[in-house]
Design a protein around this ligand. Structure first.
Ligand code: NAP
Length: 248
């Protein structure tokens, strides 16, 4: 049976197994299985591949998105530019190619949300982790200028203190993308420190978080009339992109 799966550690809260199992059931795909492979070290990957010669593809999650690259033969544009891999395609001759489907998920969802006639849009990316890197590459490729915001000014263009002290910075950036875990379940009463009172219908607030559906960041923006989007579409698009990569 064709096997697909997820490597990472730990995997108790992972979305992929449930998503793919439901997809296979709903779409009547009977000859495949999706399994979690909770490996304690990335160096366990070669023996995993030896034990499962029927593996056709893997998703990769924390903490192996970067380390997995040493076991791959090639990277596509998305993984090369983001510097992280969350999808591995195993081709019949045994070669393993890395992709970054967060790149595709974020790009497709952003492009369908921000219509091309929204011009002069500049973005603020909140947070400087792995998800922020995928967002940066998409914005580069879409020619949307951006600045980074971090708790630690030495890692970014601005810190949160500057954004509330000098609201002109926020006024100049109408697309604000939260890539921090602030507001994610169960910490639903947290939100990035921003001058929320200035947001109106000219602003676009995108939160990569999908649980809860409406984070405090999005709720505070919406109360003032901002356009909002959560991370659910990105999550589903990146999963579907994995499936396309494995089957193309
Ligand atoms: P991460 O590396 O753990 O954190 C991202 C960044 O957030 C950190 O580098 C940090 O940047 C900032 N941060 C962390 N804790 C913070 C706090 N208490 N206050 C303010 N800033 C804080 O996570 P990630 O892997 O990039 O993922 C980030 C979020 O995106 C998660 O909520 C994840 O679930 C979501 N995500 C969603 C999708 C999707 O498909 N929708 C895909 C990937 C990720 P600084 O140190 O520079 O402040």
């Amino acid at each position: 049976m064709k096997t697909f799966g997820l490597i990472g550690f730990p995997l108790s809260h992972s979305f992929s197994k449930k998503y793919f199992s439901e997809k296979f059931k709903k779409e009547g795909i009977n000859d495949v299985v999706y399994q979690n492979f909770e490996i304690k070290h990335i160096d366990d990957l070669p023996s995993l591949l030896d034990s499962y010669p029927e593996l056709h593809g893997l998703n990769v999650t924390i903490p192996y998105k970067e380390e997995v690259k040493k076991y791959l033969d090639d990277l596509d544009h998305s993984a090369e530019k983001v510097g992280a891999v969350n999808v591995v395609k195993i081709i019949p001759d045994g070669r393993k190619i890395g992709f970054n489907s967060d790149y595709y998920g974020f790009r497709t969802s952003l492009e369908s949300w921000i219509s091309t006639n929204v011009s002069n849009l500049k973005a603020l990316i909140l947070g400087t982790g792995g998800a922020a890197k995928a967002v940066q590459v998409v914005l580069d490729d879409c020619n949307i200028p951006y600045s980074n915001v971090s708790r630690n000014k030495s890692k970014a263009d601005y810190d949160y203190y500057e954004l509330t002290e000098n609201i002109q910075i926020v006024i100049d950036h109408r697309l604000i993308i939260n890539t921090t875990p602030l507001g994610m379940y169960p910490h639903i009463n947290e939100a990035p420190h921003l001058p929320y009172e200035i947001f109106n219908s000219d602003y676009f607030l995108y939160d990569l978080i999908y649980n809860p559906e409406t984070t405090l960041f999005l709720r505070k923006g919406k109360e003032n009339g901002a356009n909002i989007k959560n991370g659910l579409e990105m999550l589903e698009l990146q999963a579907e992109k994995s499936w396309d990569i494995w089957n193309e």
